[in-house]
Design a protein around this ligand. Structure first.
Ligand code: SAM
Length: 252
């Protein structure tokens, strides 16, 4: 039976790769990589980190990379439309992945997908693999990785939750639509949506976490919100891309 590892590689620093991930990397014959095309400025840097991880941790290199061409994704306006567009796109990707698994892996071959951070968090690999199973037989396992959230809280040396309190993990769009109650981690936010929170809201912000370009800011939205907006815009222009994550706690 073909086997697939879905390996969380941590969100930035190759030192985040776990011993379990190293075993799975060394067990892999074919790494399947998504070709994100020119629309993703981060693509080159992120592919470079993946190659660096393979070079560093694989002791007897017998592996190869296979690029999977990403199907084009139609634009969608409203939320229900968006879900359908994503579902169609995942179905198309599943067909492409299934064909690649069948062609590139022998009957007992071992393949892997490397997921940034942890595969369970804002990552579609597991959803798509579930659909791939409709086309081709294989087994798969999941190796957890260090998420951007864990790097953020470690760098700021803070607990994620207040004592006995919940934490919401959400997106910039959801924060703008629903506002903040208690604590929330915000990811995938191109618009500095924290600016809509009351000025006394506390914020712990981090960009390029775990990399040599890491940026960190902590304070209240009123005190440092503008500084974050300016630093983010400057860094984004300089690098051509940015990934940032932040924790918010409402003042009351
Ligand atoms: C598609 S999600 C993937 C999250 C990933 N699976 C994880 O476990 O962290 C991408 C978002 O994660 C956050 N992110 C990932 N890596 C980051 C990093 N090194 N520094 C800051 N934010 C990061 C950003 O909010 C980015 O928009």
């Amino acid at each position: 039976m073909r086997r697939i590892h879905v390996i969380g590689i941590g969100a930035g620093d190759p030192d985040f790769v776990t011993a379990q991930a190293v075993s799975a990397l060394n067990d892999t014959q074919v790494f399947f990589a998504m070709d994100k095309g020119p629309r993703r400025g981060a693509a080159d840097d992120l592919v470079a980190v993946r190659k660096l991880i393979c070079d560093r941790f694989i002791t007897e290199p017998r592996y190869r990379f296979v690029e999977l061409v990403d199907p084009p994704r139609a634009a969608a306006g409203d939320a229900p439309g968006y879900r359908q567009v994503v579902a169609d796109w995942h179905a198309e990707r599943a067909r492409i992945w299934a064909a690649a698994i069948e062609t590139e892996l022998g009957p007992d071959g071992v393949g892997a997908f490397l997921a940034w951070g942890d595969p369970s968090l804002y990552d579609s690999t597991l959803r798509i693999l579930d659909k791939v199973g409709e086309h081709v037989d294989f087994e798969y396992d999941v190796i957890p990785g260090i998420t951007a959230i864990q790097v953020l809280t470690a760098r700021h040396r803070i607990p994620l939750n207040d004592v006995g309190e919940p934490v919401l993990i959400t997106t910039g769009r959801q924060l703008r639509e629903h506002g903040l109650t208690g604590s929330a981690v915000v990811m995938l936010d191109a618009d500095c949506s924290f600016q809509q929170c009351p000025p006394q809201t506390r914020i712990w912000w981090g960009a390029y976490l775990g990399t040599p370009d890491e940026l960190l800011y902590a304070g209240t939205v009123g005190e440092i919100g503008d500084e974050i907006v300016a630093a983010r815009a400057e860094a984004r222009t300089r690098h051509g891309w940015i990934m940032d994550t932040y924790l918010l706690r409402s003042a009351d």
